[in-house]
Design a binder for this molecule. Sequence first.
Ligand SMILES: [Zn+2]
Ligand SMILES: [Zn+2]
Length: 367
Amino acid sequence: MRGVVFTGERGLELMQFPDPAPDTHDVVIEMKASGMCGSDLHQYRRPKGQSQATGIPVNEGPVIVGHEPCGVVIAVGSAVDAKMARIGQRVMVHHYQGCTQCNHCRSGWQQLCQEVPVKVYGNNAHGGHAQYLKVPANTLVPLPDELTFSAGAAIACGSGTAYSALRRINLSGNDTIAIFGQGPVGLAATQYAKAMGARVIALDISQPRLNRAKAFGADEVVDPGSNDPVAAIKDLTHGRYADLTLDTSSNPDARLNAIRSTKVWGTMCFVGEGGDVHIDVSPHLLRRAIDAGGVMDLLQHHPGGVRTVLGRARHRRRQPLYPSLVDRSGRRGLPTVRQAGRRQGRVFDVDAISPLPRALGIGEDRR
Ligand SMILES: [Zn+2]
Ligand SMILES: [Zn+2]
């Protein structure tokens, strides 16, 4: 089979790999959709020969990328119980594998395992941008019939992370939340927070993204490029600031502004990967009793939750959100992977990979 490998400095290659066969506790999935996450861009853009700075153990060999896999089980290992996986089952993959036995692993948080170097499928172990994916059966999350494979891929990391963040900060319908960054994760957070009843202030420096945030239900939009975002949020909350804030952008200014626009006793959550922020602890946190923390996706806890929220969003006639998938419109004036695939083995630019899953021969939206 062919699989996409990021080779550094915005290069990628379609490489040939053996078709996987399941080991005892594994399954093989035929990929139907495979998303591109914002965190993939850090890998894609990294200088050649330089490893990533996200704290994930590194694998030096060529690794197939794509950590938002969704597809159908086509083979199961001899020790896989039918209750865990069966052939023909539609599944998402929670793309981490820890020791499987510690408290974190057994509570569904394999990515927090401290006992072994954590495998991250699509990062330091083969991921979903290929025709097939082999993973342990315990990483599977059933994909409800009413969700498409594309939706499953989006939920598998990007928009699942948005939902995890809203759960972590205990969002309710009483809250005003300010969401910094309206890329795929931020837009998903906007959509979900609205479906959960909150008032949403969406921030981004891109007007098209703000327009999309409006379409997904944002009550207010703010462009930090032309407004002081902290003052704008103060104004929009009658001087109280937001109950809850998220930063999905990883931008140091946005991170600090998110903290500064959180109310006294409020909660701020870091969602975007990588980079840093300078916090002046006393004025920014202590004097205002602000809770600040980070979150990653907890797919194995919340497939039902996302389904409910998406259901509500649909009920309000908002389009289901699959923003973390590669933009399939392919209208960026760049060659597609299908075109690039004809030049297999040559290095080309990932900004070109608009219809990536299709290009790999991965079906899309087929149920
Ligand atoms: Zn991701
Ligand atoms: Zn563990």
